[in-house]
Design a binder for this molecule. Structure first.
Ligand SMILES: [Zn+2]
Length: 77
């Protein structure tokens, strides 16, 4: 599963890849490859879904966010 967020490691807005493995998930920045392990539960799922909604709201002000489509895409604004 791919989702957009700001990476704390490289400080870019980019695409993250989420690999869910039972109750754990690996969240990897597709730009700098920084990986964080997170607990995978309904809370984490809501957090990611809300994050995507925030980005859609931000996209109205910063249309450049719409350019994040493929793995490795990254922007700073
Ligand atoms: Zn990164």
């Amino acid at each position: 599963m791919l989702f957009r967020n700001k990476c704390a490691a490289c400080d870019y807005w980019t695409i993250f890849e989420l690999k869910i493995d039972g109750e754990r998930a690996d969240q990897t920045c597709t730009h700098c490859q920084a990986t964080a392990k997170i607990e995978w539960n309904s809370e984490a799922e809501i957090l990611i879904r809300d994050g995507e909604r925030d980005i859609q709201a931000l996209e109205r002000h910063f249309p450049v966010l719409g350019q994040l489509k493929e793995r490795g895409d990254h922007i700073r604004f």
